[in-house]
Design a protein around this ligand. Structure first.
Ligand code: ATP
Ligand code: MG
Length: 307
């Protein structure tokens, strides 16, 4: 049987009368790469703060490798690594001191601290900066150091809250390569939040949060496949007329400015080529662009939040 890294039951967080997270139930297997997705304010950070002992739930429970986060917070903390939206670094201390401090907090031996700091500084191109104060690093360098700090003790479970924001592409790739290397070497579980859906596409499973509620969970490829066979995108100077004409054949559409997105499903007995030709005949002057394309996780995200 799979060992569970995270078990969430009936988890809620209220701030006054406002529910930031409502009745969340979720299991994450050991070794899984899991993505928590949702728009700004959906409750992602609040959820992972509760899972990582930093915020007390209003009700419900979280177990990390079988340990309750409230009753066994010290033990839980020894198993997890945290990379949060807000930096956990001490800006007065140097790069090296910050990593050493993280190693000491996790009771690593001096030898191991030395080995890990050298390895991580080299891997993340920070060796030249090791003696400078963190306050003088660039934003991206600080982010990378935050990640290095989070993995100093090779945690069994790593929480990554929008870890790669503001990082250039080679740096992002380097970080992901190392995280996946750690996963395969140590079986580390990863819980990621991100607004980059190309990152989320590589997850084993993703869950969508909407206003504090988990509304959809599954393998990203399967969710995309389930959404639609194809997406019909129509850009026009008069989207309302186009929508009024097509919705009885194609169902509702998402609209972004002048572009409509329709889902085309497998079971539609629909001659799409004919429909597009008729559209061009009737609304030729209003049409700016018509394309049919494969759906992606971004479409799933948009439709989840449309309903
Ligand atoms: N300490 C707090 N006091 C009051 N409200 C809070 C507090 N922390 C979070 N909230 C509210 O809870 C909701 C969820 O916030 P949260 O930070 O979990 O969102 P998020 O999904 O991480 O968003 P983002 O993508 O912007 O990081 C928001 O409406 C936020 O204003
Ligand atoms: Mg957040």
């Amino acid at each position: 049987m799979d060992q569970l890294a995270v078990t969430v039951k009936g988890l809620e967080k209220k701030y006054g009368n406002f529910k930031a997270v409502s009745n969340m139930n979720l299991d994450i297997s050991a070794g899984e790469f899991f993505g928590l997705l949702g728009p700004n304010g959906a409750g992602k950070t609040t959820s992972i703060h509760m899972m990582s002992t930093l915020v007390k739930p209003t009700s419900g429970t979280v177990n990390i490798f079988g340990l309750d986060v409230i009753k066994n917070s010290v033990n839980v903390r020894s198993k997890i690594g945290l990379v949060f939206q807000e930096s956990a670094l001490d800006r007065q201390l140097s790069v090296l001191e910050n990593l050493r401090f993280a190693g000491l907090l996790h009771n690593l031996s001096f030898n191991l601290i030395k080995k890990r700091t050298n390895f991580l500084l080299d891997l993340f191109n920070l060796s030249e900066k090791k003696n400078v104060a963190v306050g003088t690093l660039s934003g991206g360098q600080r982010r990378v150091l935050d990640i290095a700090r989070g993995v100093m003790h090779e945690p069994k479970l790593l929480f990554l809250d929008e870890p790669t924001i503001g990082l250039d592409l080679p740096t992002r790739r380097n970080i992901w390569r190392y995280i996946h290397q750690l996963r395969s070497q140590t079986g580390m579980t990863v819980l990621l939040t991100t607004h980059y859906l190309e990152e989320a596409e590589t997850c084993d499973r993703v869950a969508f949060l909407k206003k504090g509620n988990l509304v959809l969970t599954g393998n990203p490829k399967k969710l995309v496949k389930k959404l639609a066979r194809e997406i019909l995108e129509i850009e026009s100077t008069n989207p309302k007329i186009i929508l009024d004409n097509l919705k009885s054949f194609l169902g509702p559409a998402l609209q972004e400015f002048e572009t409509l997105f329709f889902k085309i499903n497998n079971n539609d007995e629909l001659d799409l080529t004919r429909l597009i030709n008729e559209l061009k005949q009737n609304f030729g002057s209003e049409l700016k662009r018509v394309i049919v394309r494969q759906p992606n996780l971004n479409d799933v995200f948009l439709w989840v939040n449309f309903k």
